[in-house]
Design a protein around this ligand. Structure first.
Ligand SMILES: [Zn+2]
Ligand SMILES: [Zn+2]
Ligand SMILES: [Zn+2]
Ligand SMILES: [Zn+2]
Ligand SMILES: [Zn+2]
Ligand SMILES: [Zn+2]
Length: 468
């Protein structure tokens, strides 16, 4: 998992996709499906209250006691029911049947003649007592229950009035003491409920977002490491690891990659990603559009931003640009591994940067709204899939499957390039833009399916890579 958040901030991909961004891909779900609902905390609390009420009904116990027992059993109704029937559940929270009867009443504040508090030894006239009627001063109770709330320990809130009394302070007692204590208690029980149901509720990691993705049972049964969702706030994330989405690879490879990237960023290996010297005349060239087809203003040399080779060498095909072939020199000096990492990192970074550029920076001068709504998000989406496909290519060994993937990446790269050039150009050619978008959607969908369905062999070199 990621440990160093600062160095990876760079890879916090912004997710500002158009609202109507609607691609049908395996593992990508829209909200109007049968797999998940976007809900809020009130919905979770309602679900919690139903569970508590059911158990209270089943065993004819009070709702606050039902809450405590459920928390003690991590909200596992079946296990609680089983052990309750066997007479073992109450002991788990230190209570007996007799205590349970006493606990049916809630505690209360009391006014009394001056007496000494058994906890702080001060004299008090305002006290508090649980249903057992053992009294302590109200200040001690408030402080004690406040501390229990902060530590999240709601199962061992004992009577303060008498040291050997077993009674537990429940929601009713918190409520009797103050509104703040009551609402604090409700927050904690809801958090406990949410945590115990983490397979069906996923809190959105979007900044400031309080939405929760509720998975329906059909999805909760699946391996979540290849499912990406989009929250109503626009945040797209992986249900498996809650990181930014990383199709077409699964969580384990994605997090390995993020770990390497963290190191890489720390070592400042390739920081200056948007300016590079022209391979011919060495003039500094800044890349402002999302195209890889570069033309040097000084010497007019045309070349590829990714591989820095003459553009015509691609000849419409990107296979050589996609495929990593270590130079004889790199092989000889034993630097092939780091050259390999560099090859894939540059392609990952460029595509991630472009996927953001396509959404955020592209000036909206293209007159056709249809093109803006379809081609721009498609290009952005394609770039992202390409970025993570390069990660897959980095990790898997040479095989037919890898060659098939490289061929498909090369085809997608070349069409994405054409689309990027059309979008950046002056011709406003709407029809070819839409046609290319449709083509890319299909190709990308096939690539994702292929990548997810293939049983890849991991490359031992990439796995043992350690940054020098
Ligand atoms: Zn006291
Ligand atoms: Zn007591
Ligand atoms: Zn959200
Ligand atoms: Zn994941
Ligand atoms: Zn030049
Ligand atoms: Zn190239």
């Amino acid at each position: 998992m990621m440990s160093d958040t600062t160095s990876e901030d760079h890879y916090e991909f912004s997710d500002q996709f158009d609202d109507d961004f609607d691609l049908q891909d395996p593992g990508n779900f829209d909200s109007d499906n049968n797999y998940f609902n976007i809900v809020n905390m009130e919905h979770v609390k309602a679900s919690e209250r139903r569970t508590v009420a059911e158990i209270a009904d089943l065993f004819s116990i009070m709702v606050p006691m039902s809450t405590i027992l459920l928390m003690a059993y991590f909200w596992n109704r079946e296990k609680l029911s089983e052990e309750y029937i066997e007479g073992r559940a109450l002991a788990k929270v230190g209570l007996t049947d007799a205590d349970l009867e006493v606990q049916r009443k809630s505690g209360q504040k009391v006014q009394c003649s001056p007496r000494t508090c058994p906890i702080c030894c001060d004299t008090y006239t305002r006290g508090f007592q649980l249903a057992c009627k053992h009294t302590a001063c109200i200040k001690c109770y408030e402080r004690y229950l406040g501390e229990k709330l902060s530590s999240g320990d709601l199962l061992s809130t004992r009577c303060l009035g008498q040291h050997d009394c077993r009674l537990v302070a429940t929601l009713d007692d918190f409520r009797e003491l103050s509104k703040d204590l009551e609402s604090g208690y409700l927050e904690k029980t809801a958090a406990s409920y949410l945590q115990s149901h983490s397979s069906s509720f996923k809190a959105c990691p979007g900044p400031g977002c309080t939405s929760i993705i509720e998975l329906t049972s059909s999805l909760a049964m699946l391996d979540l490491d290849q499912y990406m969702v989009e929250c109503s706030c626009g945040k797209r994330f992986c249900l498996g690891c809650k990181n930014d989405w990383h199709l077409p690879i699964k969580c384990d490879l994605a997090s390995r990659w993020m770990n390497i990237n963290g190191e890489r960023m720390k070592n400042n290996l390739w920081l200056d990603k948007n300016t590079k010297p022209c391979p011919k005349c060495e003039a500094r060239i800044e890349r402002t559009e999302g195209c890889n087809h570069m033309k040097c203003r000084t010497c007019h040399f045309e070349y590829c931003w990714m591989c820095m080779q003459e553009w015509s060498a691609h000849n419409g095909m990107f296979f050589k640009c996609v495929h990593f072939q270590p130079s004889a020199e790199a092989k000889h000096s034993g630097r092939a591994t780091s050259a390999r990492l560099k090859h894939y990192s540059i392609r990952f970074d460029s595509n991630i940067i472009d996927s953001r550029r396509d959404v955020n920076v592209r000036d909206l001068t293209f007159s056709s709204q249809q093109v803006l709504n379809k081609a721009v998000p498609t290009l952005s989406y394609t770039r992202r899939i390409l970025a993570w496909t390069y990660v897959l290519l980095f990790y898997v060994t040479g095989s037919n499957q890898k060659t098939i993937l490289e061929t498909s990446v090369s085809d997608i790269e070349s069409h994405a390039e054409t689309l990027a050039e059309l979008l950046a150009g002056d011709e406003q050619a709407a029809a070819p833009c839409l046609e290319l978008s449709g083509y890319l959607e299909t190709r990308v969908e096939n690539l994702i399916t292929h990548a997810l369905e293939t049983n890849w062999k991991l490359d031992r070199n990439s796995l043992t890579y350690t940054p020098s």
